[in-house]
Design a protein around this ligand. Structure first.
Ligand code: GLU
Length: 294
């Protein structure tokens, strides 16, 4: 599994490098330094607030690390850089900013769609930053920050699939999404679709590439990451859903939720969010930074 990921991620990294060059992303090195792996700015400024020991923030400070559940196979939001073996991406940078403001290291472990809520509930992770849509069902089990990114559901097809525009067009065909994603229910509700539910999106990519499924259905940013790796794939049809991403925190932990919301507000105000957005989304899609309403 790990080897398979490395193979396609090497292809991705090559594509990302090419795209970066094509888009004239000259400021990338600087942005990298402020992203995953470097927490110096806030730390050297010694502006880190010390939180009471009985708060979640205080406990994280005591143990010296923020454990965040992120994706490992979903560029550009969370993926392993095969050259350095580091976890990178939009979600990873947001989690890094939260760790920086607590003055602790980030420990970004893999949280797939199906285990991110169990991981929060059993304390495996402190937060989840894993392309996770805020839904009312999930909100019963955990708490969410305010939205920090708005994705949209779309359909991805391979070359030669010319008769798919809507979910209903998938009837009589096989379609893939990740187990535990918002699209699991959406696809199962469409009559006649053979729904494939692997644990990861990397597996969905393999299934559409080897012809086992005719479509992948999930967030546009995840599908765009697949197209960066394989430009024979393409998006079809309209936006299916609106998917506001939230940082997951343990249920009922209002202080932690408010702390994370405060960090997000700072990122919007000081321009850091704009840098993260442009580095991971804007330069590939040619879009201006969109800050979700808090
Ligand atoms: N944003 C959707 C969700 O939270 C799809 C992406 C994912 O599976 O992480 O279910």
């Amino acid at each position: 599994m790990r080897k398979d990921r490395s193979r396609w991620l090497i292809a991705l990294l090559a594509a990302v490098t090419l795209l970066g060059a094509a888009c004239g992303g000259g400021g990338d090195e600087e942005e990298d330094a402020g992203g995953s792996g470097s927490a110096t700015e806030t730390e050297t400024g010694s502006e880190v607030e010390e939180f009471p020991a009985n708060t979640t923030m205080g406990k994280i400070q005591q143990k010296g690390e923020l454990i965040a559940g992120v994706k490992y196979d979903v560029p550009p939001f969370g993926f392993i850089d095969p050259q350095t073996d580091e976890v990178k991406g939009f979600d990873v940078d947001v989690a890094q900013e939260i760790a920086d403001r607590l003055g602790v290291e980030l420990n970004a472990i893999e949280a797939i769609s199906d285990n991110r809520i169990p991981f929060l509930k059993d304390g495996t992770v402190d937060i989840v930053a894993s392309t996770m849509t805020i839904t009312t069902d999930r909100d019963v089990e955990i708490d969410f920050s305010e939205p920090y990114y708005i994705a949209n559901g779309r359909i991805l097809v391979a070359e030669g699939t010319d008769d798919v525009e809507t979910l209903e067009d998938l009837s009589g065909k096989s379609a893939c999404t990740a187990l535990g994603s918002t699209y699991e229910g959406l696809l199962k509700a469409v009559k006649g679709v053979d729904v494939q539910l692997p644990e990861t999106y990397g597996e969905c990519l393999e299934l559409i590439q080897n012809g086992s499924v005719q479509a992948v259905v999930t967030d546009d940013v995840i599908l765009t990451g697949m197209i960066i790796q394989d430009d024979t794939l393409r998006l079809v049809g309209e936006e299916l859903t609106v998917e506001p991403y939230g940082i997951g925190v343990p249920e009922g932990d209002t202080e932690m939720k408010e702390f994370v919301d405060g960090v997000l507000q700072e990122l919007y105000d000081d321009g850091t969010y704009d840098e993260i957005y442009q580095e991971w989304v804007g330069q590939y899609t040619d879009t201006e930074t969109e800050i979700p309403d808090m």
